[in-house]
Design a protein around this ligand. Sequence first.
Ligand code: HEC
Length: 302
Amino acid sequence: MKKLFYILLLVFIMLLRAEAQNPGWIVPDDQKGKICLVKFTPDMVKQGEALYMKNCQSCHGIPTKKNFAAIQPSPGDLSEPKAGTQKDGELFYRITTGKVPMPEFRNILSEDERWSVISFLRTFHKGYVQPDPEKMAASMGKRIRLSMTYDTARKKIMVKAVELTKEGPVAAKGAEIIVFVQRYFGNMQLADPKPTSESGYAGFDWPQDFPGDKTGKVILGARVNDPTGSMQEAIVRDTLAIGLPTNKPALTDTRAMWSTREKAPVWMILTYTLAVIIVWYFIIYIILSVLDMRKIKQVKNT
Ligand code: HEC
């Protein structure tokens, strides 16, 4: 009885953890309306099918075959109405963010690839009509595309913003651009956001002593500063060899953070110790229980 209690407690704690990582999987309102900016094409569907077979089939099975993995929570068959009645933005958000045990595909599939998977899934959803990208674009805000180059002469990072209009691409002026550098733990903003000029450019001074990796490479990104999300996540990333070549310490080196006990934060030492104690507690508990069982058996035999 006691053992059962401990096992249930453990399962409960694990469930709580999974929930805490992505509570409820609620799609924010401003993400629900997100749509694909091009009409689904047979080529997209084909690409989507291949991506689905590679990335999703192991859990969700082949659509309509209901042969999804028998795990909890159930992945379900994505050709069913439960997924079929969701908006494009909802499916997109769920694929992007994932939910334990489903991985997040933010960095595994590009936006275009995620949309092609959706275009493939949509072929199974009866009555689905794709929202018209042209009509929606007006109400969804601007479609901005960014590109990034380094101007060696002026030592500036130049970000160009282009607005995709019905008449074709035109320079986007006045779009607020943020440039950031990718670090171990997230992104570091380089300078204050800057609006693009008449010709669609924003230039950012590049600090010449900025440390890069061994060969001076730094991973840079730029995006439109747009809290409302109406600019459709305009973002670029690029690796440029413009940093100061630096021998970064490996995480196991004594110079790196947290790698030696003297540098570890107290909370980490405490959590770690607690985890070790709990694990050992269970191991000893199980060994003792097994010994107990053997004792009972011996008593019975004599
Ligand atoms: C490791 C297994 C796994 C993989 C791989 C996986 N999923 Fe999932 N997926 C799940 C599980 C489990 C759920 C249900 C989660 C829940 O409801 O709490 C889910 C839910 C979903 C949902 C929401 C369904 C609904 O009814 O609301 C969508 C959409 C989805 N997955 C799409 C995908 C796509 C597309 C891929 C591949 C790019 C993929 N998943 C890969 C396990 C997986």
